[in-house]
Design a protein around this ligand. Sequence first.
Ligand code: DC
Length: 230
Amino acid sequence: MTRPNPVVAIDGPAGAGKSTVARAVARALGYTLVDTGSLYRAVALVAQRRGVNWSDREAVERVALDAVASGALRLGRGDGGTTRVLVDGEDPKDAIRTPELSMGASAVSAYPGVRAALLDAQRAFGADGAVVLEGRDIGTVVFPDAELKVYLTASDEVRARRRYDELRAKGVEASYEATLDDVRTRDQQDATRAIAPLRRADDAVLVDSSAMDPDAVIAHIVSLVRARAR
Ligand code: DC
């Protein structure tokens, strides 16, 4: 291992608490945070803006490649050790967080050309370590040699409840039942796609957050990183 500092991979299904936990772990350790889902969301947004249907695999793959090559889609440094995705030179913020874009991101993330287009950007940010990447395939594909892999999960109902509360807090119209349906549909799509499906890496530590509060999950992961960083 030639990296001076650890790469921490946090994978798991939608709504397991990955974003909150990854952000807090990165902050506690002074590491850079990379939210890789934002890249797939950005591809869905770029496709939509260019009038390309998410179900049109070849066109979406072309859009993704072009957008990365031209810099229309890129990953930049944000405030305080964060990264942020830039689309057409701007941070799309909540425009990529709607239920519609969540489904779009899940759809476009199944395309091999999209995943390939986003790989280098993710690896470039992690190359020197001291980074927390959260996603679905960090421990299995992007950084199979990560010093720490965590597979963070929770029951469907708990994940749907969290996602629903989050949407409502942002003022997004949603129902719990529809959110639960969305969570299950996305899990199904993410876990059954042919390429880089959501699955726990053999050497990932399993953390079930159903009955844990976020602080306990964060403290647990920070202690796992410290034990490996020595
Ligand atoms: O984590 P998120 O909800 O922002 O992710 C949006 C979608 O992107 C999700 O449905 C699956 C996909 N994704 C992926 O395939 N691989 C990743 N590393 C991160 C996200």
